[in-house]
Design a protein around this ligand. Structure first.
Ligand SMILES: [Zn+2]
Ligand SMILES: [Zn+2]
Length: 124
């Protein structure tokens, strides 16, 4: 009788512990973590810093498919590609959409260099 009461209390406390751990992991950590979505200005600065390429500039060393949409590059459909500083190539439309979530390469996860938009703003 006494033992089952103790077990019930342990199960009760344990379930609360699990619930608290879940709340901390799902709600508090994302708020406290430094990673955040890039601002539209940051996204545009990164996109502007990576010029679009026609399909013909893709070399045999490049990947043959876009890691975002997993479609193969082809001359007929891909008017504009982007080559990131890490040399990975993606459809411009796909990588621009990806950048709205995070400013990293979808393939190797390397971070895009911080925008130098302040430098470009200066009047010539
Ligand atoms: Zn794509
Ligand atoms: Zn990459």
């Amino acid at each position: 009788m006494e033992t089952s009461y103790i077990v019930r209390i342990i199960v009760y406390v344990f379930s609360w512990f699990i619930l608290l751990a879940y709340i901390i992991l799902r709600i508090l950590l994302p708020i406290l973590s430094p990673s955040r979505k890039p601002s539209p200005a940051e996204i545009q600065a990164v996109i502007d810093s990576i010029p679009g390429l026609p399909f013909l500039t893709v070399t045999p060393h490049d990947s043959t498919e876009c890691s975002v949409c997993l479609a193969e590059f082809s001359e007929s459909t891909d008017l504009l590609l982007r080559r990131l500083p890490c040399l990975h190539v993606f459809h411009a439309i796909c990588i621009d959409t990806w950048f709205r979530q995070r400013l990293t390469c979808p393939f190797c996860r390397s971070e895009l260099p911080p925008s130098s938009s302040e430098v470009h703003v200066s009047v010539i």
